[in-house]
Write a protein that binds this ligand. Sequence first.
Ligand SMILES: *[C@@H]1O[C@H](CO)[C@@H](O)[C@H](O)[C@H]1NC(C)=O
Ligand SMILES: *[C@@H]1O[C@H](CO)[C@@H](O)[C@H](O)[C@H]1NC(C)=O
Ligand SMILES: *[C@@H]1O[C@H](CO)[C@@H](O)[C@H](O)[C@H]1NC(C)=O
Length: 299
Amino acid sequence: MLRYLLFILCATLYLPGLPVDAWGEYGHAAVGLLAQRLLHDHVRDGLQQLLDFDDYARGDFGRAANWPDAIKSIDPSYRWSLALHFVEMGEEHTPDTCHDYAPHLCPDGRCLVGALQNYTQRIRCDAPAASRREALKFLIHLMGDIAQPLHSGGYARGGNDLKGVWEGKPVNLHKVWDEYMLNKTIAEQFDGRFDRYLDRMEQEILFGRYAQWHASWLSCFEPPSAGDIASCAIEWVNAAHRFDCSYVFPTYSLAKTNGTLEWSTDYHRENADRVNMFIARAIVRLAYLLNTLLDTCVH
Ligand SMILES: *[C@@H]1O[C@H](CO)[C@@H](O)[C@H](O)[C@H]1NC(C)=O
Ligand SMILES: *[C@@H]1O[C@H](CO)[C@@H](O)[C@H](O)[C@H]1NC(C)=O
Ligand SMILES: *[C@@H]1O[C@H](CO)[C@@H](O)[C@H](O)[C@H]1NC(C)=O
């Protein structure tokens, strides 16, 4: 299963000319750019060819990763795709009311779960290039979104309506998880250098603190679900939602009561590593998914 580890290290650095917004640009770009480094050579080459002909990505996996956020605001004909970025889990928000995913939460397949299922079909070897290209951009992006716990948050529109403060300025909790925390981590611990963040994350994934976790992160690809992407997506959504109900929302209520809603200090310290881990996990899962789906494609 960890075969792909042997195919690592395309040492080239792809510095994305970062475009627009969820995990924020850095989070999504990190998922795209580091998954790219973990792909089997032949899979990576095939996907590179697809993206080379993409007007938006222009060959860059980091730009590709951010395309689904950009396009839904730029192009009215993609407005329908907004619903693909999350699962509307409902308004409950405490550990004892927290519930699991159910199909009615994904009407017409328009949610993270349905979209991952759709685009794993549409990227298959024999699909037309245009469809595969679009599917790739969505898969890179949505595997990032499903790792951001508040995209399965439900309550208060996934935290968008929970207001607090970041370095003295008003923010909402969803954005804090999407981008504020990671941006601060990169600014403070990596001197604002995204390339250094990527290199460190790659090291941690391959040889460091995350290396021992791959099997457990990929367990959904083993029987019984055996990589059925919908059941994996549901498992990941449920885990994210339980994290929200047991940690994110209760912590918010407590902080609100205490009147301590400045999130750039203790809250960032407490969660910075978690954010990195969620991103690392998304990278490992995405690389595995693409390597498995596309292993036999002939380009
Ligand atoms: C699957 O993807 C295609 C192409 O983006 C889209 O037109 C279609 O609506 C999607 N289907 C679902 C169920 O989301
Ligand atoms: C985070 O960093 C990205 C990349 O530089 C930037 O585009 C985005 O506006 C930043 N977000 C916040 C909330 O500062
Ligand atoms: C809120 O205050 C209580 C009691 O002082 C403290 O134990 C707790 O850590 C505080 N929680 C937050 C999130 O500020």
